[in-house]
Design a protein around this ligand. Structure first.
Ligand code: UDP
Ligand code: MG
Length: 315
C-alpha cells in the first residue's frame, strides 16, 4: 500500500498544533493510502512536545522527533525528510497556513504521472505589512536574476514530492540550508498550485523583519556567486576611475601648474573607496563564513527523543 508522509516543523505551536491535527487527520483518513504524520519539535519552550507525545500515544500514525534546542525550520524539515518513509512526502506548517485540504488535489496531480512535485504559491499576501511584501518581491527578483536556483515569488515550503526527489534533497546535506533554493536546484518537474493566503490560526509568526532579511541574504549567498563577481568588477571600475583622475591631475599641473586644488573632494573619494573595500571584504567574509561552517561538518540538528523506531542518525 502506498504511503504518504506529512512533515510538520513545530516551534512553540502549543496553540496551533491541537487545531492542526484534527484537520489534517480528517483529510488523511479519507485517502485510500497509508500515511504517517511526522511532527518535529524544534526546541519549543512551551507545551508543544507534551502535545506531540499525547497525539503519538493515541494515534499510531503520529511520530515525533524532538530536538535538543531550536535549530530552525530548515533543520526541522531536513530531519523530516531524512526520516520519512512515504512514497509521497509533504511538508506543512503547523499553523494551518498550508491548508491540508489541498492534499487530495496535490496527490491527484502526482498520480497523473507527469509531475514529480506539486508546490504551492500564495497568490496574495493579505495580512502582511506592505513594506515586507515589497522587500519580498525585490528579493525574488534579485535571487532569480543572479542565481541558478529558480525561486518562484510567493512560493511556500508547502509541497508534495515523490520519493526520488526527497532522496535527492536528503543527499544535499549542506549545513547552510535554503530549501526554497534546494527544491529548485534538484530539478524535477514541478506543478505550481496557487491558493489564497490564509492567516495563521493561533500563536504568532516566528519571523520578524530582520530574521527575514538575514534569510534573504543567506539565500542569495547560498545560491549565487554574483556578489563576489560584483565586488571584483567594482574594484576594476574604481581602478579605471582613479587612473582617469590621475590623468586629469597631471594634465592640469602641466597646463595650469596647480596640482593641489580640491582636497575636500579627495577626502570624499578616500572615504568612498574605503567603503567599497569594506563592502567587498564583507561580501568575501560572508562566503568565507559559509565555507568555515560547512568545513566543521556539524550535525544539522540533535535529536533528543523520538518514537520513530528506525530513526536515522545523520552526519
Ligand atoms: N518553525 C520551526 N522552527 C523555527 C521557526 C518556525 O520549526 O525556528 C515552524 C513553525 O512552527 C511553523 C513553520 O515553521 O510550523 C512556519 O513558521 P511561521 O508560521 O512562524 O512562519 P510564517 O508562516 O509566518 O512565514
Ligand atoms: Mg505561518
Amino acid at each position: 500500500m502506498r504511503k504518504i508522509s506529512i512533515i510538520v516543523p513545530c516551534y512553540n505551536e502549543e496553540a496551533a498544533l491541537p487545531l492542526f491535527y484534527p484537520v489534517a487527520k480528517e483529510v488523511l483518513e479519507k485517502l485510500p493510502d497509508d500515511y504517517e504524520i511526522i511532527l518535529v519539535n524544534d526546541g519549543s519552550r512551551d507545551k508543544t512536545l507534551e502535545i506531540m507525545k499525547d497525539l503519538a500515544e493515541k494515534d499510531p500514525h503520529v511520530f515525533y522527533i524532538s530536538f535538543s534546542r531550536n535549530f530552525g525550520k530548515e533543520a526541522a524539515m531536513y530531519a523530516g525528510f531524512v526520516n520519512a518513509h512515504g512514497d509521497y512526502v509533504a511538508v506543512m506548517d503547523a499553523d494551518l497556513q498550508d491548508p491540508p485540504a489541498l492534499l487530495p488535489e496535490m496527490i491527484k496531480i502526482l498520480d497523473s504521472g507527469e509531475y514529480d512535485s506539486v508546490a504551492t504559491r500564495r497568490e496574495n499576501r493579505t495580512g502582511e505589512p506592505p513594506i515586507r511584501s515589497w522587500f519580498a518581491h525585490k528579493f525574488y527578483q534579485i535571487i532569480n536574476k543572479i542565481s541558478d536556483a529558480d525561486v518562484v515569488d510567493g512560493a511556500r515550503d508547502f509541497r508534495l514530492m515523490r520519493r526520488e526527489m526527497v532522496d535527492a534533497i536528503v543527499e544535499m546535506s549542506e549545513y547552510n540550508r535554503f530549501s526554497k533554493g534546494i527544491f529548485g536546484w534538484v530539478g524535477f518537474k514541478t506543478y505550481w498550485l496557487p491558493y489564497e493566503n490564509v492567516e495563521r490560526v493561533a500563536g504568532e509568526s516566528k519571523w520578524n523583519f530582520w530574521k527575514l532579511f538575514k534569510y534573504a541574504i543567506d539565500g542569495i549567498i547560498n545560491f549565487s556567486l554574483v556578489p563576489l563577481t560584483l565586488s571584483s568588477w567594482m574594484g576594476i571600475f574604481m581602478t579605471g576611475v582613479s587612473f582617469i583622475m590621475l590623468l586629469v591631475v597631471i594634465i592640469r599641473k602641466l597646463l595650469r601648474g596647480d596640482p593641489v586644488a580640491g582636497w575636500a573632494s579627495l577626502i570624499c573619494v578616500i572615504i568612498f573607496i574605503g567603503g567599497l573595500i569594506m563592502l567587498s571584504l564583507g561580501v568575501m567574509g560572508q562566503y568565507l563564513a559559509k565555507v568555515y561552517m560547512e568545513s566543521k561538518h556539524r550535525p544539522h540538528y540533535i535529536s533528543k527523543e523520538s518514537n520513530i523506531p528506525d530513526i536515522k542518525k545523520i552526519d
